[in-house]
Design a protein around this ligand. Structure first.
Ligand code: ADP
Length: 334
């Protein structure tokens, strides 16, 4: 049900890939990150060296994978993709590292979920471009040092705070990605519509942008749903009426909150009286993984002023009660 979740069908994934900006100049929004990256990449290119390792931090769907691809394209390197959960053993990482070529860009998604032994191997690889390959087992095992060509790690994380300091320190810089403004999302939508060969009315773009949770991936998915609606139930035109109707079918409200966002808010307001409630308690109440609630739901609710994170737990604000049409308990004091 969640527009960010993995249940997007294959068509959506193909559309998503087709809509990715390929160069930094095409990348919309994130002016600070773009500026930092272009400096790092231009300097590396001018020196004829591989750029420093880059850490991209921020909620899902804001363009971290896209930026990793752009980095590879801008330095003319091949992109290798992996993820923290995919690397179960240090041996898996050793295999990936020893296959790298000079100038490659290694993208590690969800890098905060790497297992400890793999993480330690990565320190050495990032710092000294070296990996120790263990040959044999038991007392006869020996570590053979293998030197690696120069490459660039691009790590992505939804929770940079969780990254162990030694790993964080090995990145030349960390780009903090923030939610996009409505105007930026309108640009994303106009660009996507153009690439899809569709004519998107200004009023429809504005409506979709306003309800996309500050997230380009959601904006693009909603655009596809509006296209679906227009084709099957509408006149074919991507106009304001089609946008409104599709948004209603997919239960996206006027703040862009979806069903999961609302059920988290509702649990906090109704079952926990506005809080404070702990993350795990809250996640159990809505039947979701704590990590999903923390990285997907909360950042946007906090940004919208609907939830506050306090040392004692999550608290619903008066705006949250108002949005749900509920009366706040008077002791909430917010
Ligand atoms: P993440 O890796 O952070 O989850 P992605 O890089 O996969 O996010 O981006 C999701 C989708 O959103 C991409 O397919 C791309 O089409 C779109 N997108 C993300 N950032 C931008 C941007 N700055 N400009 C245009 N489209 C973007």
């Amino acid at each position: 049900e969640h527009l960010l979740a993995a249940e997007a069908d294959e068509l959506d994934r193909a559309a998503e890939a087709a809509l990715r900006p390929r160069r930094l100049a095409e990348f919309i929004g994130q002016p600070v990150v773009r500026d930092q990256l272009s400096l790092v990449l231009d300097a590396a290119n001018a020196r004829g060296r591989t750029p420093d390792h880059v850490l991209l931090a921020g909620p899902p769907g804001l363009g971290k994978t896209t930026l990793a691809m752009i980095i590879a394209a801008e330095v003319d390197g091949a992109l290798r993709l992996t993820s923290g959960p995919a690397v179960q053993h240090a041996g898996d990482l050793a295999a990936i590292l020893s296959a790298l070529q000079e100038g490659d860009v290694l993208f590690i998604d969800e890098i905060h979920r790497l297992a400890r032994p793999a993480e330690e191997m990565l320190y050495l690889a990032m710092e000294d471009f070296r990996v120790d390959v263990v040959v044999g087992k038991g007392p006869g095992a020996t570590a053979i040092p293998l030197s690696l060509p120069r490459f660039t790690v691009v790590g992505a994380t939804t929770r940079s705070g969780l990254l162990p300091a030694p790993l964080r320190d090995r990145f030349g810089f960390t780009a903090h990605m923030d939610f996009y403004s409505t105007a930026e999302l309108e640009s994303v939508l106009r660009r996507s519509a153009r690439l899809l060969g569709a004519e998107l009315a200004e009023s429809a773009a504005a409506e979709i942008a306003k309800r996309s949770r500050g997230t380009p991936r959601i904006a693009n998915r909603l655009l596809r749903r509006v296209q679906d609606w227009a084709q099957v139930r509408g006149t074919g035109a991507l106009d304001h009426a089609a946008a409104m109707a599709a948004l209603k079918v997919f239960e996206v409200d006027e703040l862009g909150l979806d069903r999961l966002d609302r059920s988290v808010m509702r649990a906090l307001c109704e079952r926990f009286n506005g809080g404070p409630a702990g993350l795990t308690t809250l996640a159990v109440a809505v039947g979701e993984e704590p990590e999903t609630v923390e990285t997907v739901v909360e950042p946007f609710l906090v940004r919208e002023g609907l939830m506050a994170r306090t040392p004692r737990g999550r608290v619903a604000t008066a705006a949250a009660f108002a949005h749900l049409g509920l009366t706040p308990p008077n002791q909430s004091g917010m």
